[in-house]
Structures are given as structure tokens and as C-alpha cells.
Write a protein that binds this ligand. Structure first.
Ligand code: AVI
Length: 327
């Protein structure tokens, strides 16, 4: 990683070499200012996201776990054909959820291998450590790459593939980004391939608001950590105490948005960008969208990106869905 204060690179080198630097410069030069949530996940960000998933308010993980645990069998039946296939999980993380589906596929006699794709080799090691014991039958083919970049060059394979994109990760792309991502994936798929996609559904707004503003303040720390990352990696001088987490949820559109609000007028130098940025008291920086869906939105999204919804699995409360989409 480029450490500006460590003097490893001079400032303009950092700007040339780092997509992070370029994106921060573009985002903080825009109106309203914005930062990209994809940069939340440094080492500390990974820890904070784990803590969010374990928080009582963040229902998404529990809902999806319930679906996989209790409906693994019908899901496995819907996914499998007579043909051998590769299950390709994009952004797999440590594999804690998918294990139920793997076991159900095995119990159903499916002939499959599992390719978890994640940018973090360390996380894939954890995944292997978690999944291998007790599963001698599992053909595990982990791949440590940025799945977006990988997908751009992917073409339909000879072997059937079932992609999995769980956790409502799609909701972080925004509408245009979601269609772009799904269309990219669609182009890489052959006619017999399928996509298992997890989507968070619209529900009582109070439940959604609490999930993105937990009482212990972990989500606030998760957002503020990006300012600390800019300090460490780009020589920024943010005082995280000068900002507050200000999430909002619009039940009409289903958009849950996170913002950081400046608590005072302030000027923040960022050495690697050779710029100071000013923040007025009350000014908001857009951090993340977590889209919530309803059936009409899902029908629209799937059609616009070239898919048909073939199966739909929901948790008991109807808060979350894992769906099988086919070309
Ligand atoms: C990863 N992603 C689906 C999470 C979400 O719910 O949008 C990220 C997150 N942001 C705040 N809490 C969790």
C-alpha cells in the first residue's frame, strides 16, 4: 500500500498509481461531495463489517442464513441439472453462509465444484479452513482476484456455471451500476448458466433505519473509518470527530443512503492529492447506497439486464430473497 507519510512515493506518483487516490480526488471535488463505499473494506473496515453483521439490528445476514439453512434442499434442486457445473461465488468472503448450500447440493447428488472469488487471499484461506474439514468431497477452487476485473474478460465456459452473488451486495451499486454489473455478468453466461442472487426487500422503514444506524455505533465507525483510511494511505488530515454518521431511508424508492455530515466549518489537507478540501458546517458527504427492492423493481431489474426470475426463496418474515435468475 502507498504510505505517503512513509515517504515511499511522492504525491504525484500516488495519484498516478492509485485508483483510490483518483476516486477520492474526483469524489471530494464533486457537488455534493462523495466517497465510494467500495473503499470501506481495508483491514479495519473488514473487522467493522463483521461486527455489523453480528449486530442485533443488521437482519440481512440472519435472514439469508435462514434461507440457506432451511431451504437449501429446494434451492439445490432448482440450481442443479443433470450436467456437472461450477458454482462461482463472487465476493465470497469467508464462506460462512454458502456451506449450507454446498451440503444440500452434495446431499442431492449434484456433480459440482465450488469456486469462491474474492479480492482477499487471507479471507479465502479462512474460507478453506472453514469449509474443508468434514467435506472431503468438496472440490474447492478459490481465486483471489477483483471479481469486477475478472468478469470483464470472462466468456461463457464449456462447463455449466452457476454464479452466486449473495448478501444484497447488488444494492451497493445504485440502479445504473446494478444494471451495468448484471449485464456484464449476463454477457459472460452461456444459455444453461444461472445466477443465484440475494436481495434485501422493502419492509417497515424503522427496521431498515435501525440496521444502518445501530445503537452501538458500529455502522457509524464503519463509515468514519474511510476518513481514517484516507489519512493513513493518502496523507489526509481528517479529524473523524469532526463528522457524524447521517443515514436516511426513503421508503418510496427503497434507497437507504449513508452520509457523513460535517460538524463544523473545516479545511482538510490531503497530501497525496496536493489539495485542501473545505467542508461547511452541516455539509454532507455521500458514502453509500444500500438499495431495498420490491417485486416490481426486481422484475424491472432482471428484465433490463437480460434475465428471467426462475425461483424465489424468502425467509419466514419475507424480509430477504435469494432468487435463481436464468438468461
Ligand atoms: C455489503 N453490503 C451489502 C452492506 C449493506 O447492507 O449495504 C454494507 C453495509 N453498509 C452498512 N452496513 C452494511
Amino acid at each position: 500500500m502507498n504510505r505517503v507519510r512513509g515517504g515511499l512515493l511522492n504525491d504525484s506518483d500516488v495519484l498516478n498509481d492509485s485508483a483510490f487516490a483518483r476516486d477520492v480526488l474526483a469524489g471530494l471535488s464533486a457537488t455534493p461531495k462523495r466517497l465510494m463505499s467500495r473503499y470501506f473494506y481495508d483491514e479495519r473496515g473488514d473487522e467493522l463489517f463483521q461486527a455489523i453483521m453480528a449486530s442485533p439490528e443488521y437482519y440481512l445476514t440472519d435472514c439469508e442464513l435462514e434461507i440457506l439453512r432451511e431451504q437449501g434442499e429446494p434451492m439445490a434442486t432448482a440450481m442443479a441439472t443433470d450436467e456437472p457445473f461450477e458454482l462461482v461465488e463472487l465476493g465470497s468472503g469467508d464462506g460462512s453462509k454458502i456451506r449450507y448450500l454446498l451440503d444440500a447440493l452434495q446431499a442431492n447428488g449434484a456433480d459440482f465444484s465450488y469456486r469462491p472469488v474474492d479480492i482477499s487471499a487471507a479471507v479465502l484461506d479462512q474460507l478453506a479452513g472453514r469449509l474443508r474439514p468434514g467435506r472431503p468431497w468438496l472440490e474447492l477452487r478459490p481465486m483471489a482476484v477483483n471479481y469486477m476485473a475478472w468478469l470483464e474478460d470472462l466468456v461463457p465456459g464449456e462447463q455449466r456455471r452457476v454464479f452466486a452473488f449473495m448478501g444484497s451486495n447488488l444494492g451497493n451499486f445504485g440502479d445504473e451500476g446494478a444494471v451495468g454489473f448484471l449485464s456484464l455478468l449476463r454477457r459472460a453466461m452461456g444459455p444453461r448458466d444461472a445466477l443465484l442472487i440475494g436481495l434485501d426487500l422493502k419492509k417497515d422503514p424503522a427496521i431498515i433505519r435501525a440496521a444502518y444506524n445501530d445503537a452501538a455505533g458500529v455502522t457509524a465507525a464503519f463509515n468514519l473509518n474511510l476518513l481514517a483510511r484516507i489519512n493513513h494511505e493518502l496523507g489526509g488530515e481528517f479529524d473523524p470527530a469532526g463528522f457524524e454518521h447521517a443515514p436516511e431511508y426513503d421508503p418510496a424508492t427503497g434507497a437507504a443512503r449513508s452520509w457523513l455530515r460535517s460538524l463544523r466549518d473545516q479545511r482538510v489537507p490531503i497530501a497525496a492529492l496536493e489539495r485542501d478540501f473545505t467542508f461547511a458546517q452541516g455539509e454532507r458527504v455521500f458514502m453509500e447506497i444500500s438499495q431495498k427492492y420490491d417485486d416490481a423493481m426486481i422484475a424491472d431489474l432482471s428484465t433490463r439486464s437480460g434475465f428471467r426470475v426462475a425461483a424465489d426463496f424468502r425467509d419466514r418474515r419475507g424480509w430477504f430473497t435469494d432468487q435463481l435468475w436464468v438468461p
